[in-house]
Design a protein around this ligand. Structure first.
Ligand code: IPM
Ligand code: MG
Length: 361
């Protein structure tokens, strides 16, 4: 019997439309082979939505997302919208979607692909075998805490304020995702905070420590965020699963991504409570400098579609097939500009998509 899945597509800005069209073609080819039927609904987000409707996250987009089984997002943002008031910036649309769909858990894998190891800025012997999953809290912490804003003090001086706050409930639910993710991987969880300085981090550490009693099979460690950043570039193989707050996760997941040397290869998943649709997107941004030139690497978007199949639509076989063909194109030496190295075959975004389709057959 054919299984049906409703997918909302959010192409967004910059290279977004080019890379998402490759992922859609791949999904269609996979559907035919695995007796799946996808219905795609396209909606606006980011700068594209601002141009069309005046706001970065139209209500219609949130509604479309809520009515689907999963959301595939490309990327948002660009110079054109950088100087608008904060409420009208593309990033505000992204944050609104995270909050609006309750996507509190962001899973960002950073896995070294053997074919691309020399693309890393670190030495081969340091990064070989790196396989890290950053579990980042996504709807709380300093990104959303109140009060926030730019205020005027009594002396008339301006003062910018953001608040880092976490409730026990928020900590516990992301810690649970961290422990369960570690259980499915090598059983090692490192919780990252700044408990030596911040009260919010002390509560974080206390809760994560308390919860560890329910996960005897997980080996828990704690690091302060500054040390974690250092350890990530010093000896990244010591990490398996990392769980951390919104801001620390934003920073550490970029650092972890760059260990692999190929941010253009990394997918991510943002997940909410059971039964709500997750959002799957590349870790990289909208790369406005190369938009529309057929230079973008579509593989992170394609791997995001695989993550969607695995975590959101419960279609692990179809997910594995996508991951396998991505490996094959790399084995065969095809490279977009961002992962090009001497002796390899340079291809553009479209061509990379065509090769993937040929391999799916
Ligand atoms: C990310 C990005 C976003 C964030 C921006 C674009 C709002 O850096 O997804 O990591 O800070 O969360
Ligand atoms: Mg970021």
């Amino acid at each position: 019997m054919t299984t049906k899945h409703r997918i909302t597509l959010l192409p967004g800005d910059g290279i977004g439309p080019e890379i998402i069209s490759v992922a859609v073609a791949v999904l269609k080819a996979i559907a035919a082979k695995h007796d799946l039927e996808f219905t795609f609904t396209e909606a606006l987000i980011g700068g594209a939505a601002i141009d069309e409707t005046g706001e970065p996250l139209p209500e219609a987009t949130l509604t479309a997302c809520r009515q689907s089984d999963a959301v595939l997002l490309a990327a948002i943002g660009g110079y054109k919208w950088d100087n608008l008031p904060r409420q009208q910036r593309p990033e505000t649309g992204l944050l609104g979607m995270r909050a609006g769909l309750g996507l509190f858990a962001n899973l960002r894998p950073a896995t070294i692909l053997p074919q691309l190891i020399d693309a890393s800025s670190l030495k081969r012997e340091i990064v070989e075998g790196v396989d890290i999953m950053v579990v980042r809290e996504l709807t709380g912490g300093i990104y959303f805490g109140q009060p926030k804003g730019i205020f005027e003090t009594e002396t008339g001086e301006q003062r910018g304020v953001n608040t880092m706050a976490y409730s026990v409930g928020e900590i516990d639910r992301i810690a649970k995702v961290g422990f369960e993710t570690a259980q499915k991987r090598s059983g090692k969880l490192c919780s990252v905070d700044k408990a030596n300085v911040l009260d919010v981090s002390q509560l974080w550490r206390d809760r994560v420590t308390a919860m560890a009693r329910d996960y005897n099979d997980v080996e828990l460690s704690h690091l302060y965020v500054d040390n974690a950043a250092m350890q990530l570039v010093r000896a990244p193989r010591q990490f398996d699963t990392i769980v951390t707050g919104n801001l620390f996760g934003d920073i550490l997941s970029d650092a972890a991504a760059m260990l692999t040397g190929s941010i253009g290869m990394l997918p991510s998943a943002s997940l909410g409570a059971a039964g709500t649709p997750g959002v799957y997107e590349p870790v990289h941004g909208s790369a406005p400098d190369i938009a529309g030139q057929d230079k973008a690497n579509p593989l992170a978007q394609v791997l995001s579609a695989a993550m969607m199949l695995r975590y959101g639509l419960n279609e692990p076989k179809a997910a594995t097939e996508i991951e396998t063909v991505v490996n094959q194109v790399l084995d065969q030496g095809y490279r977009t500009g961002d992962i090009m190295s001497p002796g390899m075959k340079a291809v553009g975004c479209q061509k990379m998509g065509e090769i993937l389709l040929k391999l799916i057959g």
